[in-house]
Design a protein around this ligand. Sequence first.
Ligand SMILES: Cc1cc2nc3c(=O)[nH]c(=O)nc-3n(C[C@H](O)[C@H](O)[C@H](O)COP(=O)(O)OP(=O)(O)OC[C@H]3O[C@@H](n4cnc5c(N)ncnc54)[C@H](O)[C@@H]3O)c2cc1C
Length: 415
Amino acid sequence: MTPRIVIVGGSLGGLRAAEQLRVHGWSGELTVVGAEAHLPYNRPPLSKNVLVAPDASALSATELVNYPGVALRRRAHVEDVSWVTGTEVTGAVLADRVVHTANGRTLAYDGLVVATGLRPRRLPIDGFGSQRHVLRTLDDAIALREQLTTGASVVVVGGGFIGCEVAASARRAGCRVSVVEPFIAPMLRPLGSELARTLQTFHEEQGVVFELGRSVSALIGRPSDLETLGTVILDDGTELEADVLVEAVGSRPNVEWLDGNGLDLSDGVLCDNLMRVEGRGEVVAVGDVARFPNPRFDSTPRRVEHWCVPADTAQRAATTLLRGLSPADSGAEAPAPFAPLPAFWSDQFDVRIQGFGRTDHADRIEVLEGGFAPGWASDGVVVGYFRESTMTGVVIAGGTPAQRLRHKALLEAVG
Ligand SMILES: Cc1cc2nc3c(=O)[nH]c(=O)nc-3n(C[C@H](O)[C@H](O)[C@H](O)COP(=O)(O)OP(=O)(O)OC[C@H]3O[C@@H](n4cnc5c(N)ncnc54)[C@H](O)[C@@H]3O)c2cc1C
């Protein structure tokens, strides 16, 4: 029988894994099983252009998959991959090397790639389903886009990157926007207080209202129609008018299908530095769902929810898997440690925020270039994040692409 690798999860991580397996010489069968109906597409534009760009506003999901920025380039070497879309994998028996799908199929594999990513968390409050939104998929973005009409009152719960991007898009669409955030500033953990406060002011100048240090305690219907959401009540009793509620309160790894195999699934799938799942040579994980140690920082395994991670981890996972499946290669010299430089970006109004490395565990934050005075958005402000005197991260807000690349190089030299 032809050997087969099954990839579970048909998004960026699944696609990058398929590409890397072919690049590194896998000539057996490759089957990607994905729960979504669409072939892989890019998620970053979903909270940005897709919500507001005039040329995207009338496009259906099928058309949006080919929209600039959303479309992913189809590389020739994955032409022969079998895509099983709209099909959820509901279980796996790793000892027998099989996965089971919701529609009753059993797929046997020689190698398995876990690429099932995340799903949004929800507020623990019932009701008003049609006016409540999360944002992970193209279909989520289309449902939200339809309700971002001029003058609508939008309450975004969660002031992280996705919450702030949605707030900016909703303002651009002419909505009245409030952001409810439990911390003292939006994006506080990844950016630190000074930059976070600067971005808060920037949003406020564009008309976004922040409710900081607050959480949602209840949702109330309109007096004229109790079935339709009208008000969001906060924990201090504040009442916010709401036609639309966006829940941007974090994500949960999709790992339940791996239950019963004795794996550590406490926060995604625990991997070693080779991206092997618990030392198994025939199972690897990639992308947002994978928790792995990065020796660039320390030995603690962590998940990293950035766009560049699927590509980085897929490269490592592919070589590991092929080595595990080929007894002839198993005695070869161990590869160099896998120490990718995390990179992320966020576009809010007309400002790009770009980060490299780790910024969330700094004991010192220092402005390296520019400052927070008016004009920072065009001049750029560069902030360094240090831990025990070593720079572990850098963020550039505003400024030029050349500035951003220069500081990436600086950090690569340090790490
Ligand atoms: C709205 C939005 C905006 C973003 N913007 C940025 C940005 O500006 N910059 C940045 O750096 N990053 C951004 N990101 C993060 C980036 O898109 C993710 O890091 C990336 O999509 C992770 O890819 P993944 O393949 O690991 O996981 P996912 O994209 O979550 O894909 C996992 C896939 O697996 C499928 N699946 C799950 N369970 C099963 C199952 N049991 N069986 C079969 N299939 C299953 C899911 O349906 C999904 O299609 C953004 C993310 C979102 C949602």
